[in-house]
Design a protein around this ligand. Structure first.
Ligand code: FPP
Length: 272
């Protein structure tokens, strides 16, 4: 693919993508209404440990390793469709409580992903950003993150937002701290704070709220993810474990989303 053909969502591009799909994927893709695409998809990538156990691996880390391929598939498929942003819950503030060996393995995978994936992100016109208490990450992970964000910053397709050392409550607390500091300095008046103004202090307000939140592995929990942003997000829970998550599962989630009627607390307009 040459530079001018870089992930430009549209009929010509998608028709080329269709050629490489399985019959099932192609059939699902054809049913997706491009005019009703979720602009921002968020995913809680759950079930890596169970996947490893079910496959008889002694080490749950194997599930995280295989989960990287699912990340690659989701990023590519969202980019091709023309989804604007994809937020992946890669490491939560609570995940620091896991055994050191698992944390080290996850950080190693993250470092490798950030380093090795740059050509793929460039090819697919993906811009990488990150949300979370990034200062908690080790200096080498932060350096890789900074490098990949810089290298991809001019890309104009999908924005891939990695939630790292992320917690919905800590994001709100961090926003409140910045607001308190600005009030202390006389830069902001308490009366000026409303919902729209508050949201500007979150990690990446420009991405907007997710339209669709997908959780794998069947758990019906929010797990401290994007607490402010999901007020009117549509939820989709699939029993599929993250390492098994493929295009067809993403397409199914989008089709399910497109069957929903979003009212944002209002009522559907009556046709007379
Ligand atoms: C939850 O599964 C998953 C995680 C805590 C980490 C997700 C990380 C990856 C998929 C790999 C790294 C990602 C990037 C973007 C480089 P779990 O371990 O809680 O599974 P379980 O509930 O079955 O035990």
């Amino acid at each position: 693919m040459n530079v001018t053909e870089k992930n430009q969502p549209g009929e010509v591009f998608l028709s080329r993508v269709r050629e490489s799909l399985t019959d099932e994927e192609r059939e699902l893709l054809c049913r997706i209404n491009p005019a009703k695409l979720p602009q921002h998809i968020a995913i809680i990538m759950d079930g890596n440990g169970r996947w490893a156990r079910q496959r008889g691996y002694l080490d749950r880390i194997r599930g995280h390793e295989v989960g990287i391929e699912s990340v690659r598939v989701a990023v590519r498929a969202c980019g091709e469709l023309g989804v604007r942003a994809l937020t992946l819950y890669a490491f939560s503030v609570e995940n620091w409580k896991r055994p050191k060996r698992e944390i080290d393995a996850l950080m190693g995978l993250l470092r490798r992903f950030l380093r090795d994936e740059i050509p793929e992100l460039m090819e697919n016109n993906v811009r990488l950003v990150a949300s979370g208490r990034l200062g908690d990450l080790s200096a080498d992970v932060r350096a890789e993150l900074a490098r990949t964000m810089t290298e991809t910053q001019a890309n104009t397709g999908l924005v891939l937002n990695l939630a790292l050392s992320y917690g919905g409550r800590s994001e709100i607390v961090d926003a409140v701290r910045t607001i308190a500091r600005e009030i202390q300095q006389g830069l902001l008046q308490p009366e000026e704070i409303d919902e729209a103004r508050f949201a500007k202090y979150l990690y990446h307000p420009e991405l907007g709220d997710p339209d669709l939140l997908i959780r794998t592995s069947g758990e019906m929990r929010v797990s401290n993810f994007l607490l402010w942003q999901i007020a009117y997000t549509e939820f989709y829970v699939t029993p599929v474990l993250w390492p098994d998550f493929r295009r067809s599962h993403l397409y199914e989630a989008i089709l399910d989303y497109q069957r929903r009627e979003r009212r944002f607390g209002g009522v559907k307009e009556e046709s007379t």
